[in-house]
Design a protein around this ligand. Structure first.
Ligand code: SF4
Length: 212
């Protein structure tokens, strides 16, 4: 068993059946929630999406929305003006360019407003169950601390490295497992190293905790 798989196995034992913590009922709602979650917690997004979807239940409705009205709903989260603009434009593109369907390829998804590679990967793996590893801040921090990925790697290089290191059929689940491990155990500021089963694999532990 390769080292990366062994580490993933341990993390998946700690966080079995990890899945997204964003609430959604369909792929349109998932896509909007993921766009809104950039640099914002899932908890903050979950508080406002029920209000947003009550008012604008589908792409057709949101495409016609007034910017100021949408901004008023989003104002509790970061970058809300830009996000309001993006989700309205996203909805217009879905209606006009994609026959009212959220597409299921990365190539098409990244043409949509507010959708980068990470967001596309989340939609592909979470909703369409296609193999993809979305690299967010948790995935990047955790895999670098655990020396699966080099410190100097960009997000794209991290994604490619993880794709090489892990079996394809485990990519989507790995994304969720790394996120929960990073969100609740290996946090940015206060990782739980004292109760971590991965200290022997961890660069952060060697440099910052061991012998201190
Ligand atoms: S030892 Fe600490 S920094 Fe390393 S993986 Fe575990 S919790 Fe994270």
């Amino acid at each position: 068993m390769n080292r990366s798989v062994r580490i993933l196995n341990t993390i998946e034992e700690m966080f079995p059946n990890a899945k997204t913590e964003l609430y959604y009922n369909n792929v349109f709602e998932l896509a909007i929630a993921v766009i809104l979650s950039a640099q914002t917690t899932d908890v903050a997004v979950n508080k406002l999406t029920p209000v947003l979807f009550e008012e604008y239940p589908d792409a057709k409705a949101l495409a016609k929305a007034n910017h100021k009205d949408v901004e008023a709903i989003l104002k509790s989260i970061g970058l809300y003006r830009n996000k309001a603009k993006n989700i309205i434009e996203f909805s217009n593109q879905i209606v006009n360019d994609f026959n009212n369907q959220v597409p299921n390829t990365k190539k098409e998804l990244i043409t949509l407003a507010g959708v980068g590679v990470k967001t596309a990967n989340v939609i592909l793996s979470e909703y369409f169950k296609l193999p993809a590893i979305a690299v967010d801040t948790h995935v990047e921090r955790v895999t670098k601390r655990l020396k699966i990925v080099r410190e100097s790697y960009s997000v794209l290089q991290t994604e490619k490295r993880l794709e090489r290191a892990l079996p394809r059929e485990r990519w989507s689940q790995a994304h969720h497992s790394f996120i929960l491990f990073g969100r609740y155990h290996c946090t940015a500021r206060s990782p739980k190293c004292d109760v971590c089963p991965l200290t022997a694999d961890c660069k952060y532990y060697t440099q910052n905790v061991k012998n201190k």
